[in-house]
Write a protein that binds this ligand. Structure first.
Ligand SMILES: NC(=O)c1ccc[n+]([C@@H]2O[C@H](COP(=O)([O-])OP(=O)(O)OC[C@H]3O[C@@H](n4cnc5c(N)ncnc54)[C@H](O)[C@@H]3O)[C@@H](O)[C@H]2O)c1
Length: 336
């Protein structure tokens, strides 16, 4: 069964609302997903280790009658925390690639052990219709063919990619062994307002808007960039899809095109209206030769999802937001 375009996105959902548990609810993607689900009439529990008073990306959501915040770690999740939810959207992770080089074991603990704890809680709770996992293009690294489609083996080339690939494999193992209703949604770099400030696009826009040089690690490696609204739209499509349409499936959500990191740096300069030098430094370990362009075919065919914002427009929209940050706090130091 394929969803029709008119079944989605234009207003609150008409089918029975989901009761969704969103892990990583205080983060960039999780907070946006919580907001969209509440706007569409679903009930949501958001789990995160961030204390509620510090969950700055959740604003009115914290007071919403259909929202409950669970200030707790994945690792301490109990079946009772999961019971009663029709959907679990698993976004909680140590999501920073550079940090994973410095702290590979911590990253593995968060991303692998945390996912296992969630899967065990789901398995023992029973009754969940689907469990969505936020996969990463880093799980592949150097593809054997482009565009990368959903059948591509996981071939990570860095510690972060390893941790996400191991977590994805756990999703499939628990699906095969116990029938946990796994769905994987994988993306390349996701950008947009409220994005993590550790991500290179944010750093470049910030530097460009401050008249500082852009530091580019490598240059020839490629990325497939997505705008946050497009990614959230795909997540919502999966959440609102009939379980039997999506369970056991993996979907890539991307633009379908690769762009060199050097090209992306050029877009950042253009979007910022800046004329600052680009300083090229060495590649991160494993990055020389990395390429990314994800097929959009399966998401289009099964979910009726197509990206609406081009990668270059996504950079421009993100630059508009970074500009407001720079203007409201010009004295703030540059990100590292
Ligand atoms: N942003 C991207 O470019 C991108 C690309 C591909 C995949 N992803 C994946 O999407 C998901 C969301 O990414 P994001 O950019 O929103 O990251 P983020 O860092 O903004 O959000 C992750 C959230 O998870 C929480 N968290 C981490 N470990 C936890 C634990 N053990 N228990 C409870 N909460 C925990 C963090 O506190 C944080 O709020 C991640 O799984 C990431 O790997 C992100």
């Amino acid at each position: 069964m394929q969803l029709q375009d008119n079944q989605h996105q234009d207003g609150p959902v008409e089918s029975p609302p989901a009761t969704a548990l969103v892990t990583g609810a205080a983060g960039f993607g999780g907070s946006r997903l919580v907001r969209e689900l509440l706007n569409r009439g679903h009930r949501v529990t958001g789990l995160d280790v961030v204390p509620p008073l510090h969950a700055g990306l959740l604003r009115w959501e914290l007071e919403h009658p259909d929202f409950r915040y669970l200030w707790q770690s994945l690792q301490d999740l109990q079946p009772g925390d999961v019971a009663g939810h029709s959907v679990v959207a698993h976004l909680a992770a140590q999501a920073d690639t550079p940090m994973a080089f410095a702290s590979p074991r911590y990253t593995a603990m968060q991303n692998i052990d945390g996912t296992l704890a969630l899967l065990e809680a789901v398995r023992r709770a029973g009754g969940v219709g689907k469990v969505l996992f936020a996969g990463s293009g880093n799980e592949i690294g150097r593809p054997s063919q482009l565009p990368i489609d959903e059948s591509h083996p996981l071939t990570p080339h860095n510690p972060y990619g390893f941790s996400k690939a191991a977590a994805e494999l756990a999703m499939w193992a628990w699906h095969r062994a116990y029938g946990v209703p796994a769905v994987v949604l994988s993306t390349g770099v996701v950008i947009g307002p409220q994005m993590r400030r550790e991500v290179f696009i944010f750093k470049w826009l910030w530097n460009a808007l401050h008249g500082l040089p852009l530091v580019v690690e490598g240059g020839r490696q490629t990325r497939d960039l997505s705008f946050i609204d497009d990614v959230i739209a795909a997540w919502v499509r999966v959440i609102e899809a009939p379980d039997e349409l999506v369970v056991g499936e993996k979907f890539f959500v991307g633009s379908g095109a690769e762009h060199t990191v050097a090209e992306l740096a050029g877009w950042c300069l253009e979007a910022a209206g800046a004329d600052v030098p680009i300083e090229y430094v060495g590649y991160r370990p494993g990055e020389d030769g990395q390429r990314e362009a994800f097929s959009t075919d399966k998401a289009r065919r099964i979910l009726g999802h197509a990206p609406q914002v081009s990668p270059q427009a996504a950079v421009r929209l993100t630059a508009d937001w970074v500009r407001t940050l720079v203007q409201s706090a010009p004295e703030k130091p540059q990100p590292a």
